[in-house]
Ligand binder design. Structure first.
Ligand SMILES: [Zn+2]
Length: 291
């Protein structure tokens, strides 16, 4: 896997992969309304996203943004192999090593922003080495949307995730509040004059997208609002991890219409390397095309 970087005006964005692995659930389990034949064109368009048979080659992407002297990390991946989710997937991530390879020690990160609070986006939040947890990024504030913070602290929501990521909320989320490093957004939140977290609910109630505007250039990081680039052509392909299927489909359609109308560069956490592309019309299809 190759990490990709690009500049948007004066902003530098790197897409850092915590891990790439064949996901424990198959495509027909993840996208239950989609037939095997319907995947065929995307096997050709995005071969990096398909494993043997019916496997989803899962990419756990995070982003590093540098804007106006600020170093912002977007999402923290699956996390170390000691977490339940990593055990379920069969491997732990390597985000801290990727950051170091990009010349970024953990102390340099000033903000951690969550596109949403699913377990594969929060894994490296804390270090658990024996004793009490401490923030992996010791100088950072961590920003989540309040709607996700409240949703994923509901006992029945945690119960529903137990088979996939047992105890991830008390291990990776709750201590952020007790350690005093958590900020909650209620709507839009500007991180710099070039980077804004937008509330784009759908995949989860508190999903956020990062809009980057610098000079005449613009890009958007949509988290898992678009989980697979095939959904650019088919926003109605429901994803099993969408919190509320109907709302997610509607939100995905609206987001894509805006991205296309405004010509935004589009990237999403589970897109293949290097991760940045545009929405184009090609032979009657609306496609995500890598830059
Ligand atoms: Zn995800």
């Amino acid at each position: 896997m190759a990490d990709g970087s690009m500049t948007v005006g004066n902003v530098e964005i790197s897409h850092l992969y915590d891990l790439v692995a064949d996901f424990p659930l198959t495509l027909d389990q993840l996208f239950p309304t989609v037939t095997a034949e319907a995947w065929e064109p995307y096997r050709r368009d995005y071969p990096e996203l398909f494993g043997p048979g019916n496997a989803w080659r899962y990419h756990a992407g995070c982003y590093l943004i540098r804007s106006e002297g600020q170093t912002i990390l977007v999402d923290t991946g699956v996390g170390p192999s000691s977490l339940g989710l990593a055990a379920w997937i069969g491997t732990g991530g390597e985000l801290p090593d990727r950051l170091r390879a990009a010349g970024v020690p953990p102390e340099e990160v000033q903000s951690v922003v969550f596109t949403h609070l699913h377990p594969d986006h929060v894994g490296w939040n804390l270090q658990q080495n024996g004793g009490a947890p401490r923030p992996t990024f010791p100088r950072a504030r961590y920003l989540a949307h309040r709607a996700d913070w409240e949703t994923f602290h509901r006992p029945e929501v945690q119960q529903a995730m137990e088979g996939v990521a047992p105890a991830y909320v008390p291990q990776t989320l709750t201590p952020l509040e007790t350690l005093g490093v958590l900020d909650l957004a209620d709507g839009e939140r500007s991180l710099t004059s070039e980077v804004t977290a937008l509330h784009t609910p759908g995949h989860t109630p508190g999903s956020m997208s990062l809009l980057i505007t610098s000079g005449s250039e613009r890009a958007i990081i949509v988290g898992d609002a678009i989980a697979h680039p095939a959904q650019v052509e088919h926003p109605d392909w429901g994803f099993a991890f969408d919190f509320d299927g109907e709302t997610a489909i509607q939100a995905r359609g609206q987001l894509l219409d805006r991205i296309e109308a405004e010509g935004l560069i589009l990237t999403a956490c589970h897109f293949p390397e290097p991760g940045f592309g545009r929405v184009v019309r090609l032979e009657g299809r609306r496609l995500w095309q890598a830059l």
